[in-house]
Ligand binder design. Structure first.
Ligand code: SAH
Length: 461
């Protein structure tokens, strides 16, 4: 059946889209309904229709889903941060596991997937160690901070996000009070004028250390002394920085960091390993789950002290140093130079001597290493285990190709996007590897993203 704009439709919501919208199907027509939850039967008005699919506005929940819950945060519906707050946490986990399995089946063409139960959180709130709050003015001209509404840059006012640490509120209160006192303008994306763009906060869960980094469209902030004096009163404050970003783009952080007070990093611990983290470096945002994720990666790597391991997309060396405790030697590769500086410092900090780090693109560093090794030694470079943890776009084919050439016994793939994961696993499985184990890890409760870790093993000939 064909639908047109303004038609009414009654559907059961069976799935959830990338922005958390409900997905329903009626007579071969797929409809996306914002604010509808898996299991709801809803009536909705079509706003935009193509041949096989369309977007509709929820008009009535005819039969609420048994999995519907009252969102904890009053801004949950408008805010673009949490997409799944109206779905019970148990069902969020079911949804994520299904999405992972579905992508491996559909995109990867896998059957009989060896899935372990997804690793969820006991307390799926206040788990984030990092937050980036945009600053602006509301319609009345009042200075506000909070989060962007879904798909827009309208700021939803909120200083006390249910995913963040309680210290965020105090920090935001003080920064905004400082801006009022010194008449500091927030950055305006439309005009490119104004100074303060974002307030970036990091918290070490294990150490309690705090970092505040103001992202500014300028070189300094009026009243810097007063600002640091106010912020350093907050218990745990370790690092107060400025990040210079004068670009007219959506990218939050610029390349340059100035330390105003304290150190340029905070320290945190995952398991037995301590890490120093600077503002420009990637660090997993959910430390309680990161321990589980890395422990799973370590279990899959199955190290006994004799192995040579590569950790590609290594960030500040988090996984590398975790693995180095059990391997003979680990080599990490990462594109952000500051992250590699952190990685080297972190190796020293933990007195880990069997790890080495390279700055560059994984898809260039590994192939070049392989080619050079062959030239110099007349033999193939060998690795026992290769770990990859790429950003959402997954691995470059040049990298996967070199992995196949190096023939490691095991490939451990940590993924934050199950679609590109499925594509990359298919590539490896067509070239001598088998899917041995798959495990989801919920790094982002209340949000739609699915993290997972996968073990691929060389097929014995
Ligand atoms: N394994 C780390 C980081 C994973 S996030 C951890 O768990 O903390 C992915 C990392 O890949 C980021 O640090 C990002 O800067 C880096 N990156 C992105 N593209 C890359 C590329 N082409 N080559 C190497 N690293 C890359």
């Amino acid at each position: 059946m064909e639908y047109r704009k303004n038609d009414m439709i009654t559907v059961e919501i069976v799935d959830c889209g990338t922005d958390g919208e409900g997905i329903g199907k009626a007579d071969g027509f797929t409809v996306f309904v914002k604010d509808a939850v898996i299991g709801d039967v809803v009536s909705a008005k079509i706003m935009k229709a193509k041949k096989n699919y369309g977007y509709a506005r929820l008009t009535e929940v005819l039969k609420p889903s048994p999995y519907r819950v009252k969102p904890v945060c009053p801004s949950a519906r408008q805010c673009g941060g949490c997409q799944l707050q109206a779905l019970s946490y148990e069902q969020q986990l079911v949804f994520k596991e299904k999405k992972l399995r579905g992508n491996l089946e559909r995109i990867g063409g896998f059957k009989d997937i060896p899935m372990e139960p997804i690793m969820g959180m006991e307390e799926p709130w206040h788990y984030r160690n990092k937050a980036q709050f945009p600053v602006g003015r509301n319609k009345e001209g009042r200075l506000i901070t909070g989060f962007y509404a879904g798909r827009t840059h309208v700021i939803i006012e909120n200083r006390d996000c249910a995913l963040g640490v309680p210290q965020n509120k105090e920090i935001l209160d003080r920064v905004l009070a400082h801006m009022e006192r010194f008449h500091i303008e927030p950055y305006n994306e439309t005009t490119g004028q104004g100074l303060v763009r974002h307030i970036f906060i990091r918290c070490g869960f294990y150490t309690g250390e705090l970092m505040v980094c103001l992202v500014i469209n300028g070189a300094s902030v009026p009243g810097q002394k007063e600002l640091t004096a106010s912020l350093k009163e907050i218990p745990g404050m370790t690092s107060i920085c400025l990040n210079i970003n004068r670009k007219r783009s959506n990218v939050i952080l610029g390349d340059q960091v100035k330390i105003l007070w304290g150190q340029g990093y905070i320290t945190d611990k995952i398991g037995e390993v301590a890490y120093q983290i600077s503002p420009l470096s990637f660090f997993q945002v959910n430390p309680r789950q990161t321990v589980k994720l890395y422990a799973k990666a370590l279990e899959y790597a199955d190290l006994h002290g004799t192995e040579t391991v590569w950790d590609l997309y290594c960030g500040i060396g988090t996984i590398s140093l975790f693995l180095a405790q059990k391997a003979k030697f680990v080599r990490g590769v990462e594109i952000v130079p500051e992250a590699i500086e952190d990685a080297r410092r972190n190796a020293r900090l933990n007195d880990i001597q069997n790890a080495e780090f390279y700055v560059g693109k994984a898809e260039e560093v590994l192939p070049e290493y392989y080619a050079r090794y062959e030239q110099e030694h007349g033999a193939k470079a060998h690795a026992d285990v290769i770990v990859v943890d790429p950003p959402r776009k997954g691995c470059d084919e040049a990298l996967l190709d070199t992995i196949v050439k190096m023939q490691p016994e095991r490939v451990v793939y940590v993924s934050c996007d199950s679609a590109t994961l499925a594509r990359d696993l298919r590539y490896l499985c067509d070239r001598g590897y088998g899917l041995t184990k798959v495990c989801g890890a919920d790094m982002f409760p209340q949000g739609v993203h699915v993290e997972s870790v996968v073990l691929m093993s060389k097929v014995k000939k």
